[in-house]
Design a protein around this ligand. Sequence first.
Ligand code: BYC
Length: 475
Amino acid sequence: MTALDYSERIPNNVDLASDRTLQRALEQWQPKFLTWWKELGPSDFNGADVYLRTATSVDAKGWATYGAVKMPDYRWGIFLADRIPDRRIGFGDAMGEKVWEQVPGEYRSTLRRLIVTQGDTEPASVEQQRLLGLTCPSLYDLRNLFQVNVEEGRHLWAMVYLLHAYFGRDGREEAEALLQRHSGDRDNPRILNTFNEPVTDWLSFFMFTYFTDRDGKFQLKSLAESAFDPLSRTCRFMLTEEAHHMFVGDTGIARVIKRTLEVMKELGTEDSEAIRKAGAIDLPTIQKYLNFWFSSSVDLFGAEVSSNAATTFANGIKGRPDEANFEDHDCRNANFALETPADDGAIRIEQVAMRSAMNEVARKGYIKDCEIGVVRWSKLIEKAGYAFRLRLPNPRFNRSVGVWAGGTYDPDGNYVPPELWSASRERWLPSESDKAFVRSLMKGVTEPGKMAAWIAPPDRGINALPVNYEYVRLA
Ligand code: BYC
Protein backbone atom coordinates (compact mmCIF):
# COMPACT_ATOMS: atom_id res chain seq x y z
CA MET A 1 0.00 0.00 0.00
CA THR A 2 1.59 3.28 -1.14
CA ALA A 3 0.94 6.46 0.81
CA LEU A 4 0.44 9.53 -1.32
CA ASP A 5 2.78 12.50 -1.04
CA TYR A 6 0.83 15.70 -0.45
CA SER A 7 3.88 17.82 0.36
CA GLU A 8 4.56 18.54 -3.32
CA ARG A 9 2.90 21.31 -5.32
CA ILE A 10 1.33 18.53 -7.39
CA PRO A 11 0.64 15.65 -4.98
CA ASN A 12 1.80 12.40 -6.55
CA ASN A 13 3.11 8.92 -6.08
CA VAL A 14 5.09 8.85 -9.32
CA ASP A 15 8.24 10.51 -7.95
CA LEU A 16 7.59 13.62 -9.99
CA ALA A 17 10.42 15.45 -8.17
CA SER A 18 12.99 13.24 -9.91
CA ASP A 19 11.90 14.41 -13.39
CA ARG A 20 12.31 18.17 -13.39
CA THR A 21 11.26 18.66 -17.01
CA LEU A 22 8.02 16.78 -16.55
CA GLN A 23 7.39 18.47 -13.22
CA ARG A 24 7.84 21.91 -14.79
CA ALA A 25 5.58 21.05 -17.72
CA LEU A 26 2.82 19.88 -15.38
CA GLU A 27 3.31 22.91 -13.13
CA GLN A 28 2.70 25.05 -16.20
CA TRP A 29 -0.52 23.19 -16.94
CA GLN A 30 -1.73 23.45 -13.31
CA PRO A 31 -2.77 27.16 -13.36
CA LYS A 32 -4.59 26.60 -16.66
CA PHE A 33 -6.51 23.77 -15.02
CA LEU A 34 -7.40 26.05 -12.09
CA THR A 35 -8.54 28.81 -14.41
CA TRP A 36 -10.72 26.27 -16.24
CA TRP A 37 -12.11 25.02 -12.89
CA LYS A 38 -12.98 28.53 -11.76
CA GLU A 39 -14.58 29.45 -15.08
CA LEU A 40 -16.34 26.21 -15.99
CA GLY A 41 -16.44 24.21 -12.75
CA PRO A 42 -19.21 24.34 -10.12
CA SER A 43 -20.80 27.72 -10.44
CA ASP A 44 -20.67 30.11 -7.46
CA PHE A 45 -19.34 27.64 -4.91
CA ASN A 46 -15.59 28.16 -4.99
CA GLY A 47 -15.70 29.92 -1.62
CA ALA A 48 -17.79 27.25 0.14
CA ASP A 49 -16.33 24.79 2.65
CA VAL A 50 -17.20 21.33 1.40
CA TYR A 51 -16.90 18.13 3.42
CA LEU A 52 -14.78 16.17 0.94
CA ARG A 53 -12.81 12.98 1.08
CA THR A 54 -9.29 12.88 -0.24
CA ALA A 55 -7.39 9.71 -1.10
CA THR A 56 -4.58 8.86 1.29
CA SER A 57 -3.39 5.68 -0.34
CA VAL A 58 -3.98 3.98 -3.65
CA ASP A 59 -5.63 0.78 -2.47
CA ALA A 60 -9.40 0.44 -2.40
CA LYS A 61 -9.52 1.35 1.30
CA GLY A 62 -7.40 4.45 0.98
CA TRP A 63 -10.13 6.93 1.67
CA ALA A 64 -9.40 7.84 5.26
CA THR A 65 -9.30 11.62 5.05
CA TYR A 66 -12.48 13.64 5.24
CA GLY A 67 -12.59 17.32 5.97
CA ALA A 68 -13.88 20.75 4.99
CA VAL A 69 -12.11 21.99 1.85
CA LYS A 70 -12.68 24.91 -0.50
CA MET A 71 -12.85 23.26 -3.90
CA PRO A 72 -10.12 25.30 -5.61
CA ASP A 73 -7.83 24.13 -2.77
CA TYR A 74 -8.59 20.46 -3.38
CA ARG A 75 -5.30 18.59 -3.74
CA TRP A 76 -5.67 17.27 -7.27
CA GLY A 77 -2.82 14.89 -7.86
CA ILE A 78 -1.33 12.07 -9.85
CA PHE A 79 -1.87 8.68 -8.33
CA LEU A 80 -1.20 5.31 -9.89
CA ALA A 81 -2.15 1.98 -8.32
CA ASP A 82 0.83 -0.05 -7.18
CA ARG A 83 2.78 -1.94 -9.83
CA ILE A 84 1.89 -5.63 -10.10
CA PRO A 85 5.26 -7.44 -10.07
CA ASP A 86 6.10 -9.14 -13.37
CA ARG A 87 2.77 -8.20 -14.92
CA ARG A 88 2.21 -9.84 -18.32
CA ILE A 89 -0.04 -8.95 -21.25
CA GLY A 90 -3.31 -10.78 -20.66
CA PHE A 91 -4.85 -10.99 -24.14
CA GLY A 92 -4.30 -10.56 -27.87
CA ASP A 93 -1.35 -11.40 -30.10
CA ALA A 94 1.32 -10.59 -27.53
CA MET A 95 -0.35 -12.48 -24.68
CA GLY A 96 2.18 -13.55 -22.04
CA GLU A 97 4.82 -10.98 -22.97
CA LYS A 98 6.00 -8.39 -20.49
CA VAL A 99 3.81 -5.28 -20.21
CA TRP A 100 5.17 -1.98 -21.57
CA GLU A 101 6.62 0.76 -19.39
CA GLN A 102 6.93 3.02 -22.43
CA VAL A 103 4.67 3.53 -25.44
CA PRO A 104 5.74 1.38 -28.42
CA GLY A 105 6.23 3.69 -31.42
CA GLU A 106 3.79 1.81 -33.63
CA TYR A 107 0.94 2.17 -31.09
CA ARG A 108 1.59 5.76 -30.17
CA SER A 109 -1.25 7.42 -32.03
CA THR A 110 -3.80 4.75 -31.08
CA LEU A 111 -2.92 4.99 -27.40
CA ARG A 112 -2.93 8.76 -27.52
CA ARG A 113 -6.38 8.76 -29.11
CA LEU A 114 -7.81 6.46 -26.41
CA ILE A 115 -6.27 8.51 -23.60
CA VAL A 116 -7.54 11.75 -25.13
CA THR A 117 -11.06 10.31 -25.56
CA GLN A 118 -11.08 9.11 -21.96
CA GLY A 119 -9.57 12.38 -20.70
CA ASP A 120 -12.09 14.46 -22.64
CA THR A 121 -15.06 12.98 -20.79
CA GLU A 122 -13.77 14.01 -17.36
CA PRO A 123 -13.82 17.83 -17.63
CA ALA A 124 -16.85 17.49 -19.91
CA SER A 125 -18.92 16.03 -17.07
CA VAL A 126 -17.88 18.85 -14.72
CA GLU A 127 -18.97 21.37 -17.35
CA GLN A 128 -22.27 19.58 -17.86
CA GLN A 129 -23.02 19.73 -14.14
CA ARG A 130 -21.77 23.26 -13.64
CA LEU A 131 -25.04 24.92 -12.62
CA LEU A 132 -26.56 22.06 -10.66
CA GLY A 133 -25.32 23.34 -7.30
CA LEU A 134 -27.75 26.24 -7.50
CA THR A 135 -30.72 23.88 -7.34
CA CYS A 136 -29.46 21.20 -4.92
CA PRO A 137 -32.19 19.21 -3.14
CA SER A 138 -30.11 19.20 0.08
CA LEU A 139 -26.65 19.96 1.44
CA TYR A 140 -25.99 16.21 1.50
CA ASP A 141 -26.63 16.05 -2.26
CA LEU A 142 -24.67 19.24 -2.90
CA ARG A 143 -21.67 17.71 -1.22
CA ASN A 144 -21.98 14.53 -3.27
CA LEU A 145 -22.14 16.57 -6.48
CA PHE A 146 -18.95 18.38 -5.53
CA GLN A 147 -17.20 15.14 -4.54
CA VAL A 148 -18.01 13.74 -7.96
CA ASN A 149 -16.82 16.98 -9.62
CA VAL A 150 -13.44 17.17 -7.88
CA GLU A 151 -12.79 13.50 -8.65
CA GLU A 152 -13.61 14.00 -12.32
CA GLY A 153 -11.11 16.85 -12.16
CA ARG A 154 -8.56 14.42 -10.76
CA HIS A 155 -9.33 11.92 -13.51
CA LEU A 156 -8.46 14.64 -15.98
CA TRP A 157 -5.14 15.01 -14.16
CA ALA A 158 -4.61 11.26 -14.48
CA MET A 159 -4.90 11.40 -18.28
CA VAL A 160 -2.95 14.65 -18.56
CA TYR A 161 -0.08 13.07 -16.64
CA LEU A 162 0.06 10.21 -19.17
CA LEU A 163 -0.04 12.66 -22.09
CA HIS A 164 2.77 14.77 -20.64
CA ALA A 165 4.93 11.92 -19.41
CA TYR A 166 4.72 9.59 -22.41
CA PHE A 167 3.67 11.51 -25.52
CA GLY A 168 6.10 14.42 -25.73
CA ARG A 169 5.07 17.57 -27.50
CA ASP A 170 1.86 16.27 -29.08
CA GLY A 171 0.84 14.97 -25.66
CA ARG A 172 1.29 18.44 -24.20
CA GLU A 173 -0.77 19.91 -27.04
CA GLU A 174 -3.53 17.38 -26.43
CA ALA A 175 -3.49 18.31 -22.72
CA GLU A 176 -4.09 21.94 -23.67
CA ALA A 177 -6.90 20.95 -26.04
CA LEU A 178 -8.63 19.08 -23.19
CA LEU A 179 -9.23 22.46 -21.58
CA GLN A 180 -10.27 24.11 -24.83
CA ARG A 181 -13.06 21.80 -26.02
CA HIS A 182 -16.21 22.46 -24.03
CA SER A 183 -19.37 20.49 -23.44
CA GLY A 184 -22.06 21.59 -25.87
CA ASP A 185 -19.78 24.14 -27.59
CA ARG A 186 -21.00 24.46 -31.15
CA ASP A 187 -17.54 25.04 -32.61
CA ASN A 188 -15.39 22.93 -30.31
CA PRO A 189 -17.54 20.32 -28.56
CA ARG A 190 -16.50 17.36 -26.42
CA ILE A 191 -15.62 14.21 -28.39
CA LEU A 192 -18.43 11.82 -27.38
CA ASN A 193 -22.09 12.78 -27.82
CA THR A 194 -23.35 12.04 -24.30
CA PHE A 195 -20.89 14.56 -22.90
CA ASN A 196 -22.46 17.36 -24.89
CA GLU A 197 -25.93 16.72 -23.44
CA PRO A 198 -26.93 19.30 -20.85
CA VAL A 199 -27.40 18.04 -17.28
CA THR A 200 -29.55 20.82 -15.92
CA ASP A 201 -31.70 18.98 -13.40
CA TRP A 202 -30.96 16.54 -10.61
CA LEU A 203 -32.98 13.67 -12.03
CA SER A 204 -30.66 13.80 -15.06
CA PHE A 205 -27.67 14.04 -12.74
CA PHE A 206 -28.67 10.86 -10.93
CA MET A 207 -29.33 9.11 -14.25
CA PHE A 208 -25.97 10.33 -15.54
CA THR A 209 -24.06 9.07 -12.50
CA TYR A 210 -25.89 5.75 -12.65
CA PHE A 211 -25.70 5.09 -16.41
CA THR A 212 -22.93 7.26 -17.83
CA ASP A 213 -20.45 6.83 -14.98
CA ARG A 214 -21.09 3.11 -15.32
CA ASP A 215 -19.88 3.33 -18.91
CA GLY A 216 -16.83 4.95 -17.33
CA LYS A 217 -16.47 1.94 -15.08
CA PHE A 218 -16.51 -0.45 -18.04
CA GLN A 219 -14.18 1.64 -20.21
CA LEU A 220 -11.76 2.04 -17.31
CA LYS A 221 -11.89 -1.70 -16.67
CA SER A 222 -11.02 -2.29 -20.34
CA LEU A 223 -8.14 0.17 -20.17
CA ALA A 224 -6.99 -1.30 -16.83
CA GLU A 225 -6.24 -4.48 -18.85
CA SER A 226 -3.91 -2.53 -21.15
CA ALA A 227 -0.37 -3.70 -21.85
CA PHE A 228 0.69 -0.06 -21.39
CA ASP A 229 1.26 -0.41 -17.65
CA PRO A 230 1.06 3.27 -16.59
CA LEU A 231 -2.40 3.45 -18.22
CA SER A 232 -3.46 0.25 -16.51
CA ARG A 233 -2.26 1.48 -13.12
CA THR A 234 -3.93 4.87 -13.38
CA CYS A 235 -7.25 3.32 -14.46
CA ARG A 236 -7.14 0.84 -11.60
CA PHE A 237 -6.97 3.70 -9.13
CA MET A 238 -9.63 5.73 -10.95
CA LEU A 239 -12.01 2.78 -10.60
CA THR A 240 -11.93 3.09 -6.81
CA GLU A 241 -13.18 6.69 -7.17
CA GLU A 242 -15.80 5.78 -9.77
CA ALA A 243 -17.68 3.51 -7.35
CA HIS A 244 -18.93 6.46 -5.30
CA HIS A 245 -20.28 8.21 -8.41
CA MET A 246 -22.47 5.23 -9.25
CA PHE A 247 -23.58 5.03 -5.62
CA VAL A 248 -24.77 8.64 -5.91
CA GLY A 249 -26.83 7.74 -8.98
CA ASP A 250 -28.17 4.48 -7.61
CA THR A 251 -29.29 5.88 -4.26
CA GLY A 252 -30.40 9.18 -5.81
CA ILE A 253 -32.85 7.45 -8.13
CA ALA A 254 -34.03 5.15 -5.33
CA ARG A 255 -34.74 8.20 -3.15
CA VAL A 256 -36.72 9.93 -5.90
CA ILE A 257 -38.81 6.77 -6.32
CA LYS A 258 -39.29 6.41 -2.57
CA ARG A 259 -40.66 9.94 -2.32
CA THR A 260 -42.96 9.40 -5.30
CA LEU A 261 -44.32 6.23 -3.67
CA GLU A 262 -44.95 8.13 -0.43
CA VAL A 263 -46.94 10.75 -2.33
CA MET A 264 -48.86 8.04 -4.23
CA LYS A 265 -49.76 6.45 -0.90
CA GLU A 266 -50.74 9.76 0.71
CA LEU A 267 -52.97 10.71 -2.21
CA GLY A 268 -54.21 7.19 -2.87
CA THR A 269 -53.61 7.62 -6.58
CA GLU A 270 -51.28 6.64 -9.43
CA ASP A 271 -52.42 9.57 -11.52
CA SER A 272 -49.36 11.38 -12.88
CA GLU A 273 -50.96 14.80 -12.86
CA ALA A 274 -52.01 14.49 -9.22
CA ILE A 275 -48.53 13.29 -8.24
CA ARG A 276 -46.93 16.16 -10.09
CA LYS A 277 -49.28 18.64 -8.46
CA ALA A 278 -48.12 17.33 -5.10
CA GLY A 279 -44.53 18.14 -6.12
CA ALA A 280 -43.18 14.63 -6.78
CA ILE A 281 -41.99 13.04 -10.02
CA ASP A 282 -44.40 10.45 -11.42
CA LEU A 283 -42.96 7.03 -12.28
CA PRO A 284 -43.60 7.24 -16.05
CA THR A 285 -41.48 10.40 -16.17
CA ILE A 286 -38.68 8.65 -14.29
CA GLN A 287 -38.91 5.85 -16.90
CA LYS A 288 -38.55 8.38 -19.71
CA TYR A 289 -35.40 9.89 -18.18
CA LEU A 290 -34.05 6.38 -17.72
CA ASN A 291 -34.78 5.61 -21.39
CA PHE A 292 -32.90 8.69 -22.51
CA TRP A 293 -29.76 8.30 -20.38
CA PHE A 294 -29.51 4.55 -20.88
CA SER A 295 -29.77 4.77 -24.67
CA SER A 296 -27.30 7.65 -24.80
CA SER A 297 -24.84 5.77 -22.59
CA VAL A 298 -24.98 2.48 -24.55
CA ASP A 299 -23.84 4.51 -27.56
CA LEU A 300 -20.60 5.28 -25.70
CA PHE A 301 -19.31 1.76 -26.33
CA GLY A 302 -18.91 2.55 -30.03
CA ALA A 303 -20.01 0.53 -33.04
CA GLU A 304 -20.93 -3.16 -32.69
CA VAL A 305 -18.43 -4.03 -35.38
CA SER A 306 -15.30 -1.96 -34.99
CA SER A 307 -11.93 -2.37 -36.65
CA ASN A 308 -10.52 -0.04 -33.98
CA ALA A 309 -11.68 -2.41 -31.28
CA ALA A 310 -10.25 -5.43 -33.14
CA THR A 311 -6.88 -3.72 -33.52
CA THR A 312 -6.63 -2.50 -29.94
CA PHE A 313 -7.52 -5.99 -28.68
CA ALA A 314 -5.01 -7.71 -31.00
CA ASN A 315 -2.27 -5.29 -29.97
CA GLY A 316 -2.89 -5.59 -26.24
CA ILE A 317 -3.89 -1.93 -25.95
CA LYS A 318 -7.47 -2.36 -24.73
CA GLY A 319 -8.94 -5.57 -23.33
CA ARG A 320 -12.42 -6.57 -22.24
CA PRO A 321 -13.67 -5.52 -18.81
CA ASP A 322 -12.45 -8.17 -16.34
CA GLU A 323 -10.50 -9.95 -19.07
CA ALA A 324 -9.46 -12.69 -16.62
CA ASN A 325 -13.06 -13.88 -16.43
CA PHE A 326 -13.04 -14.92 -20.11
CA GLU A 327 -11.71 -18.28 -21.21
CA ASP A 328 -10.29 -17.39 -24.60
CA HIS A 329 -7.89 -14.42 -24.45
CA ASP A 330 -6.81 -14.69 -28.05
CA CYS A 331 -10.16 -14.74 -29.86
CA ARG A 332 -8.48 -14.87 -33.28
CA ASN A 333 -10.65 -17.75 -34.42
CA ALA A 334 -13.76 -16.99 -32.43
CA ASN A 335 -17.00 -15.59 -33.76
CA PHE A 336 -19.74 -13.51 -32.21
CA ALA A 337 -23.40 -13.89 -33.13
CA LEU A 338 -24.45 -10.30 -33.68
CA GLU A 339 -27.99 -9.08 -34.12
CA THR A 340 -28.22 -6.67 -37.04
CA PRO A 341 -31.14 -4.97 -38.77
CA ALA A 342 -32.51 -6.60 -41.91
CA ASP A 343 -34.14 -4.55 -44.69
CA ASP A 344 -37.76 -5.14 -43.75
CA GLY A 345 -37.31 -4.07 -40.14
CA ALA A 346 -36.63 -7.68 -39.13
CA ILE A 347 -33.58 -8.71 -37.16
CA ARG A 348 -31.04 -11.19 -38.38
CA ILE A 349 -28.08 -12.84 -36.75
CA GLU A 350 -24.74 -12.30 -38.40
CA GLN A 351 -21.55 -14.13 -37.44
CA VAL A 352 -18.77 -11.58 -37.02
CA ALA A 353 -15.17 -11.96 -35.91
CA MET A 354 -15.06 -11.85 -32.11
CA ARG A 355 -12.17 -9.39 -32.09
CA SER A 356 -14.17 -6.83 -34.01
CA ALA A 357 -17.16 -7.31 -31.68
CA MET A 358 -15.32 -6.31 -28.49
CA ASN A 359 -17.33 -3.09 -28.11
CA GLU A 360 -20.49 -5.19 -28.12
CA VAL A 361 -19.06 -7.68 -25.62
CA ALA A 362 -18.29 -4.81 -23.25
CA ARG A 363 -21.72 -3.28 -23.87
CA LYS A 364 -23.45 -6.55 -22.98
CA GLY A 365 -21.59 -6.68 -19.67
CA TYR A 366 -22.55 -3.08 -19.03
CA ILE A 367 -26.24 -3.71 -19.70
CA LYS A 368 -26.25 -6.61 -17.25
CA ASP A 369 -24.69 -4.35 -14.63
CA CYS A 370 -27.28 -1.61 -15.30
CA GLU A 371 -30.07 -4.12 -14.81
CA ILE A 372 -29.19 -4.67 -11.14
CA GLY A 373 -30.26 -1.22 -9.99
CA VAL A 374 -33.36 -1.21 -12.15
CA VAL A 375 -34.53 -4.47 -10.57
CA ARG A 376 -33.87 -3.04 -7.12
CA TRP A 377 -35.84 0.16 -7.87
CA SER A 378 -38.73 -1.88 -9.23
CA LYS A 379 -38.74 -3.93 -6.02
CA LEU A 380 -39.39 -0.70 -4.09
CA ILE A 381 -42.46 -0.13 -6.25
CA GLU A 382 -43.59 -3.73 -5.92
CA LYS A 383 -43.21 -3.62 -2.13
CA ALA A 384 -45.35 -0.49 -2.03
CA GLY A 385 -48.06 -2.51 -3.77
CA TYR A 386 -48.06 -0.97 -7.24
CA ALA A 387 -47.95 -2.80 -10.56
CA PHE A 388 -45.72 -0.28 -12.35
CA ARG A 389 -42.21 -1.56 -13.11
CA LEU A 390 -39.18 0.36 -14.28
CA ARG A 391 -37.09 -1.37 -16.92
CA LEU A 392 -34.19 -0.87 -19.25
CA PRO A 393 -35.26 -0.16 -22.80
CA ASN A 394 -34.03 -2.54 -25.44
CA PRO A 395 -30.52 -1.55 -26.61
CA ARG A 396 -31.90 -1.00 -30.15
CA PHE A 397 -34.02 1.87 -28.85
CA ASN A 398 -32.99 5.46 -29.68
CA ARG A 399 -29.45 4.75 -30.84
CA SER A 400 -27.12 7.22 -32.56
CA VAL A 401 -24.02 5.03 -32.91
CA GLY A 402 -23.64 1.59 -34.50
CA VAL A 403 -25.89 -0.69 -36.54
CA TRP A 404 -29.11 0.51 -34.88
CA ALA A 405 -28.30 4.21 -35.30
CA GLY A 406 -31.26 6.16 -36.58
CA GLY A 407 -33.44 3.03 -36.57
CA THR A 408 -36.99 3.33 -35.32
CA TYR A 409 -37.33 0.70 -32.60
CA ASP A 410 -39.63 1.01 -29.64
CA PRO A 411 -38.43 0.48 -26.04
CA ASP A 412 -39.22 -3.25 -26.44
CA GLY A 413 -36.89 -3.37 -29.44
CA ASN A 414 -39.62 -3.83 -32.03
CA TYR A 415 -39.36 -2.02 -35.33
CA VAL A 416 -42.00 0.67 -35.77
CA PRO A 417 -42.51 2.80 -38.89
CA PRO A 418 -40.75 6.19 -38.65
CA GLU A 419 -44.06 8.15 -38.49
CA LEU A 420 -45.23 6.05 -35.56
CA TRP A 421 -41.86 6.45 -33.84
CA SER A 422 -42.04 10.22 -34.16
CA ALA A 423 -45.63 10.23 -32.96
CA SER A 424 -44.67 8.10 -29.93
CA ARG A 425 -41.46 9.88 -29.06
CA GLU A 426 -42.98 11.88 -26.24
CA ARG A 427 -44.31 8.73 -24.60
CA TRP A 428 -40.83 7.21 -24.54
CA LEU A 429 -38.45 10.10 -24.01
CA PRO A 430 -38.74 13.27 -21.90
CA SER A 431 -40.83 15.82 -23.78
CA GLU A 432 -40.25 19.55 -23.49
CA SER A 433 -43.11 19.74 -21.01
CA ASP A 434 -41.70 16.84 -18.93
CA LYS A 435 -38.39 18.63 -18.80
CA ALA A 436 -40.05 21.91 -17.90
CA PHE A 437 -41.93 20.16 -15.10
CA VAL A 438 -38.81 18.50 -13.68
CA ARG A 439 -36.92 21.78 -13.92
CA SER A 440 -39.76 23.54 -12.11
CA LEU A 441 -39.08 21.35 -9.06
CA MET A 442 -35.41 22.27 -8.97
CA LYS A 443 -35.03 24.86 -6.24
CA GLY A 444 -32.01 25.03 -3.97
CA VAL A 445 -32.58 23.61 -0.47
CA THR A 446 -29.63 24.57 1.73
CA GLU A 447 -30.85 24.23 5.30
CA PRO A 448 -28.96 21.36 6.99
CA GLY A 449 -31.06 18.17 7.06
CA LYS A 450 -33.86 19.60 4.86
CA MET A 451 -34.79 17.79 1.61
CA ALA A 452 -36.61 19.03 -1.48
CA ALA A 453 -40.18 17.70 -1.67
CA TRP A 454 -39.44 15.43 -4.66
CA ILE A 455 -36.76 13.30 -2.97
CA ALA A 456 -36.60 11.22 0.21
CA PRO A 457 -33.71 11.69 2.63
CA PRO A 458 -30.80 9.25 2.36
CA ASP A 459 -30.68 6.30 4.75
CA ARG A 460 -27.46 7.60 6.26
CA GLY A 461 -25.04 10.50 6.06
CA ILE A 462 -21.43 10.63 4.88
CA ASN A 463 -18.67 8.97 6.91
CA ALA A 464 -21.01 8.12 9.82
CA LEU A 465 -22.12 11.75 10.23
CA PRO A 466 -25.84 12.47 10.59
CA VAL A 467 -27.92 13.38 7.53
CA ASN A 468 -28.49 16.85 8.98
CA TYR A 469 -24.77 17.63 9.19
CA GLU A 470 -23.79 20.86 7.44
CA TYR A 471 -21.93 19.14 4.59
CA VAL A 472 -21.41 22.40 2.73
CA ARG A 473 -20.87 25.70 4.54
CA LEU A 474 -21.85 28.28 2.00
CA ALA A 475 -19.63 31.33 1.70
N1 BYC B 1 -20.04 9.73 -29.81
O1 BYC B 1 -15.02 2.06 -34.29
P1 BYC B 1 -15.87 2.84 -33.34
C1 BYC B 1 -16.30 8.17 -18.43
C2 BYC B 1 -16.43 7.50 -32.71
S1 BYC B 1 -17.11 7.52 -19.76
C3 BYC B 1 -19.24 10.27 -30.76
O2 BYC B 1 -17.03 2.17 -32.77
P2 BYC B 1 -14.07 2.63 -31.19
C4 BYC B 1 -17.01 9.15 -17.62
C5 BYC B 1 -15.13 6.84 -32.34
O3 BYC B 1 -14.34 7.67 -31.46
C6 BYC B 1 -15.94 6.47 -20.58
N2 BYC B 1 -18.34 9.56 -31.46
O4 BYC B 1 -14.95 3.42 -32.21
C7 BYC B 1 -18.35 8.98 -17.31
C8 BYC B 1 -14.50 6.64 -33.68
O5 BYC B 1 -13.93 7.86 -34.13
P3 BYC B 1 -12.56 7.91 -34.94
C9 BYC B 1 -15.08 7.19 -21.56
C10 BYC B 1 -18.24 8.24 -31.20
O6 BYC B 1 -12.78 3.33 -31.26
C11 BYC B 1 -19.03 9.94 -16.59
C12 BYC B 1 -15.66 6.37 -34.60
O7 BYC B 1 -16.81 6.88 -33.93
N3 BYC B 1 -14.00 6.32 -21.95
O8 BYC B 1 -15.19 7.84 -18.17
O9 BYC B 1 -14.11 1.18 -31.34
C13 BYC B 1 -18.35 11.06 -16.12
C14 BYC B 1 -15.76 4.93 -34.98
O10 BYC B 1 -16.37 4.21 -33.92
C15 BYC B 1 -19.03 7.61 -30.24
C16 BYC B 1 -13.72 6.00 -23.20
O11 BYC B 1 -14.35 6.45 -24.10
C17 BYC B 1 -19.97 8.42 -29.51
N4 BYC B 1 -20.77 7.91 -28.56
O12 BYC B 1 -14.82 2.84 -29.78
C18 BYC B 1 -17.01 11.21 -16.42
C19 BYC B 1 -12.55 5.09 -23.41
N5 BYC B 1 -18.70 6.31 -30.20
O13 BYC B 1 -11.50 7.81 -33.91
C20 BYC B 1 -16.34 10.25 -17.15
C21 BYC B 1 -11.67 5.43 -24.53
C22 BYC B 1 -17.75 6.13 -31.12
O14 BYC B 1 -12.61 6.78 -35.90
N6 BYC B 1 -12.34 5.36 -25.83
N7 BYC B 1 -17.44 7.28 -31.70
O15 BYC B 1 -12.61 9.30 -35.54
C23 BYC B 1 -12.59 4.23 -26.51
O16 BYC B 1 -12.28 3.17 -26.03
C24 BYC B 1 -13.21 4.33 -27.85
O17 BYC B 1 -12.82 5.51 -28.45
C25 BYC B 1 -14.78 4.25 -27.85
C26 BYC B 1 -15.25 4.01 -29.28
C27 BYC B 1 -15.27 3.17 -26.90
C28 BYC B 1 -15.35 5.58 -27.41
